[in-house]
Ligand binder design. Sequence first.
Ligand SMILES: Cc1cc2nc3c(=O)[nH]c(=O)nc-3n(C[C@H](O)[C@H](O)[C@H](O)COP(=O)(O)OP(=O)(O)OC[C@H]3O[C@@H](n4cnc5c(N)ncnc54)[C@H](O)[C@@H]3O)c2cc1C
Length: 392
Amino acid sequence: MIDFTPTENDLAAFEHARAGALICRKYARYYDEHEEEMAPETLPETDEFYANHPEIPPPGAGDTSMLTRMARISMISYWGDYTVRLRRESGGLGNAALEAAGTPEQKKKWTGLCLSMAITEPGCGSDPSRVSTTAVLDEETDEWIINGEKIFVTTGIRADAVVLWATLDKSAGRGGIKSFLIEKGTPGFDVPHKEKKLGIRADDTAAYVFRDCRIPRANLLGGDESVARKDSGGFRGVMKTFNMTRPLTAAMGLGLAEASLDFTREQLEAAGIELDYMAGFGTQIAAAERFMRLEALFEASKLTTMQACWLAGEGKPNNMESSVSKAHAGGAVRAITQGCIEILGAMGVSRENLLEKWTRDCRITDIYEGTGEIQRLIIARGLLDYTRADLK
Ligand SMILES: Cc1cc2nc3c(=O)[nH]c(=O)nc-3n(C[C@H](O)[C@H](O)[C@H](O)COP(=O)(O)OP(=O)(O)OC[C@H]3O[C@@H](n4cnc5c(N)ncnc54)[C@H](O)[C@@H]3O)c2cc1C
């Protein structure tokens, strides 16, 4: 039986996350409008929290057993805003990829680095098998030579290094794609600009260019053997990662939706509008009815997300469920934030409040780590037992 009742340990971890979220909330507007750093209040340190609570095991990288707790913590953190924390976090999407595809030696060597993940290119987004960045082995120097361009790299500026997808042989399609770790400062690796975005402006999304960038042979994730293996270090490793990160991405969006609902509920209560959950919809005033429907949508989305995490924690396949959680949340968070704006009118779009920002910030839930359309393709393949070739 699935039981999402938080344990004592979960509650302590949530309380810690909430304390940090309340501090981040204070800086949300500043980092939406300014690029430069300001000295913020000190956030409660997560390492210190776990050191002081030896009875609570910290979630390890790649550890699925605590994914439901991590999802709830993501919701709480994004409820507060991720601004300050985002700028301090030591890990990026590339860290999960290293965990999934790296050899034990590689994981040990690069532990502690903040790793971005670069797959998307100007001509390749939803269909990553079209990656055209190349990696060519120079047998004489034992180095890979990387050439290509990557765009929309999350934490692209703050990251110490990138996990990059490049092809060894374009004619081999997905089988030719491998992952490489490239450290910042390597000659031929440039960061030409930071992307300007609608939302999540606190995050430093960047473009990368690689021109005859030489890296050691040992920087191929999964090692030399992965060249012979059709998938290792490339598709399969990262797709496995997505089954863990997609529900967490859904959870981040849901944190913004929860913040919007909490704000709207406060405003309705201040206006004397009663939310009577025992009365039928037909007897509520319109704003209350609308609001309750948004709350129900939130709960449904939260449950699909927790279920996808729970399956991973149980070691069960969650490929389809992780896509369901992300596709559902992508639409739900947009409907919830827009719905809250419609209920509150001018107050909803005023920059005096954060609701308009949450509406912009949550848009990404349905774009990165596979758009809503791509998630629906994965779900359809799962339901109909179709292969990628059958339905694309
Ligand atoms: C803020 C931000 C951060 C990002 N961070 C990263 C990152 O860290 N690393 C990284 O590699 N990428 C990152 N991305 C890129 C992101 O993953 C891509 O934008 C996304 O995969 C979509 O690719 P695309 O933009 O090229 O759109 P396209 O693939 O060109 O798609 C355009 C539209 O067509 C639809 N579509 C495409 N194919 C199909 C199909 N077969 N059936 C139906 N509809 C389809 C899509 O859903 C979309 O609506 C980021 C993007 C943003 C905006």
